[in-house]
Design a protein around this ligand. Structure first.
Ligand code: GLC
Length: 620
């Protein structure tokens, strides 16, 4: 394929065309070709030649699984090399490349990174999120990536969870509306590219209902990225955990079926109705039964009752948690309804275990054929057979100004004004000086958070974009002296009418973000005091993946804005701080007064009011 866009006639087959084509392919496929289609391998654990040799159906980049150098062109070359290999197999069944584009094509340097879902939940703007989906699809297709493991349609119930920010809200209906909007945007055909992207609703189901545990999930947290594969697919190497980490993620949801259906299922129904063709199973358990081996939830409920006819993919190495014997892991997962396994390292081990299980009758040939039928259905519906390699000209639009404008709008709409005494906001452009303090005021990595260039995210100039400081400087004329200090240690007797303190969480992803205590750190409190002493009006901007416990410090703040994790276009903050746009964001979660009001069940049981209710937000 030259990557030229397919002509009109070839755009994605209609359903009536697809089923006969699947039947035809299935009748020709060998067992090895079928098992290969069910295998997803991470990009640093396989060569293109092995994709062909083992008929691999999917390759992924885990968080930070980037080519070196990390450029859009290099991403495209890497993905296309795997695809070309797949196309050279006997039946030329294209592979589908997957990434976690959870807030833009966020692994790729230069791509636009949007606010994380919690900020988009504050916007409550489904149309905006559909547009974000379209922009994300175009940037994915620029690198010929056709599958993103998004949206997360978790409904987080405990703010201590490190994945709270990947959820839109604790309001199930809002999650359903916004998740469906992203699916529509991702799945929409890019007009000039004749391609679209596979969405993946995750993590099925009730991952957000996992409860706090007294011990970490496992000795070692699952490793992502380009580490060499453990040869025997044993548990990943143990890592040193700090207190609280991995105490909730991947845990058990002790809820009844009525609660599961009422609070955690509707977002999947909405995502499927919106066109989601893939669903990712959750690491977590329901009443101590692992989701990855849960036949009732995966097969009877999702595939049977909800009529889901796409494919269910596992999470990263998730089946390894099912049983001490790896072959048993494979048998349990397949028989529960898993169709594709994100191995992700030792694909030979997986394929041989599955082949043995089929040979011994522990996994029926019909189950394999059903899984492969679903995989082929998804690839055919995507139009991948007609256009396995996307239009290279899309590279020109990756990170373009128009895309960044959509992200800047999203930042504006994500901001929630929680306090505004003395009419501190909007800021005047007529003041002679502004004090600005906090590391996160001038750090792209901190404002993007986890799942940004690397799995966990990190501080520093990790990619291109606009920091809060750069946005403020651009918003005011040279007449205003912006006095910036990362630690708030301003020179001498520096004072100003207005001081802005930017507080932040260090980036994290998954269980590494589990925290026992959400109070401000001593450094954050020190910063507040330093700025407070030097200004008449203290404006606090909070960069965080979740509400923090700020009750004790609130009286010293004249204004408080939560900006969540805004992504690369932080000039959107200046747009609103200076009144060019109004504050419109509303809290997507209740804001607890103390840790005693966490999880949500505790808040409800207490009968007390939170600091601010879900839905709260001042307008300026
Ligand atoms: C991770 C996450 C999942 C992600 C997958 C691939 O462990 O749980 O959300 O899509 O692995 O990176």
């Amino acid at each position: 394929m030259t990557g030229e866009p397919a002509n009109d006639q070839q755009q994605g087959l209609s359903d009536t065309d697809i089923e006969p084509k699947i039947d035809q392919l299935l009748s020709q496929m060998t067992l090895d070709e079928k098992l290969g289609q069910m295998t997803m391998v991470e990009n640093n654990s396989i060569e293109p030649a092995q994709v062909a040799e083992f008929f691999i159906g999917s390759v992924l980049s885990g968080g930070g699984g980037n080519p070196t150098p990390n450029t859009p062109e290099n991403w495209r070359a890497m993905v296309c090399a795997f695809q070309q290999a797949a196309l050279e197999t006997r039946l030329a069944i294209p592979l589908v490349y997957g990434v976690d584009a959870v807030h833009g094509h966020n692994n790729v340097k230069g791509a636009v990174i949007f606010p994380h879902n919690i900020g988009l939940g504050a916007s409550r703007d489904a149309d905006l999120i559909e547009r974000i989906g379209r922009v994300t699809a175009r940037e994915l297709l620029a690198t010929s990536v056709h599958w993103t493991f998004a949206p997360s349609v978790s409904v987080p119930q405990d703010l201590r969870w490190g994945r709270t920010y990947e959820g839109y809200s604790a309001d199930c209906q809002l999650v359903a509306d916004l998740g469906a909007a992203l699916v529509r945007g991702l799945s929409d055909r890019c007009s000039d590219a004749d391609s679209r992207v596979l969405a993946c609703a995750k993590h099925f189901v009730a991952d957000g209902a996992a409860r706090w545990r007294e011990s970490p999930i496992a000795e070692g947290a699952p490793q992502q990225g380009s580490t060499a594969p453990p040869q025997d697919s044993a548990a990943p190497p143990a890592v040193e955990l700090s207190p609280g980490q991995w105490r909730i993620d991947q845990g058990d949801a002790p809820i009844d079926e009525a609660s599961l259906r009422q609070t955690h299922l509707p977002p999947y129904q909405a995502a499927i109705a919106a066109g989601a063709l893939t669903v990712m199973a959750s690491y977590s358990s329901w009443n101590d039964e692992k989701l990855h081996a849960h036949r009732y939830l995966l097969s009877d409920l999702l595939k049977g009752e909800l009529g889901f006819d796409g494919l269910i993919v596992t999470d990263w190495m998730a089946i390894n948690q099912l049983d001490p014997d790896y072959q048993q892991c494979v048998v349990q997962a397949l028989n529960a309804g898993i169709d594709m396994v994100m191995v992700p390292y030792d694909f030979r081990c997986f394929i041989s275990a599955l082949k043995a299980a089929v040979g011994q009758g522990d996994v029926a040939q019909e189950r394999v054929d059903d899984a492969v039928r679903r995989i082929l259905r998804v690839k055919l519906a995507l139009g991948l057979f007609e256009q396995p390699i996307s239009d290279a000209s899309l590279l020109l639009s990756l990170g373009c100004a128009a895309h960044r404008q959509v992200a800047r709008e999203a930042v504006r709409k994500s901001l929630v004004l929680l306090k505004n005494d003395k009419q501190s906001l909007p800021l005047s452009r007529d003041v002679p000086r502004l004090l600005l303090a906090g590391r996160a005021a001038d750090d792209i990595g901190l404002q993007c958070g986890g799942w940004s260039i690397s799995w966990q995210g990190e501080a520093g100039a990790t990619t291109s974009g606009t920091t809060i400081l750069e946005g403020i400087r651009a918003a005011v004329s040279d007449s205003i002296d912006i006095d910036y200090s990362a630690d708030g240690q301003f020179a001498g007797d520096t004072r100003a009418t207005v001081g802005i303190a930017v507080l932040h969480e260090e980036p994290y992803a998954e269980g590494f973000g589990d925290r026992a205590d959400l109070a401000l750190s001593s450094d954050e409190i020190d910063l507040l005091h330093r700025v407070r002493q030097r200004c008449d009006q203290l404006i606090v901007l909070l960069i965080a993946g979740r509400p923090r416990i700020i009750t004790e410090q609130l009286p010293m703040m004249d204004a408080l804005v939560v900006a969540w994790l805004p992504g690369t276009e932080a000039d959107g903050l200046a747009d609103v701080l200076f009144g060019d746009f109004s504050f419109t964001g509303k809290l997507p979660f209740s804001w607890p007064r103390s840790m005693e009001q966490i999880p949500l069940a505790a808040l409800r049981a207490s009968g007390e009011a939170p600091l601010w209710k879900c839905g709260y937000g001042l307008t300026s």
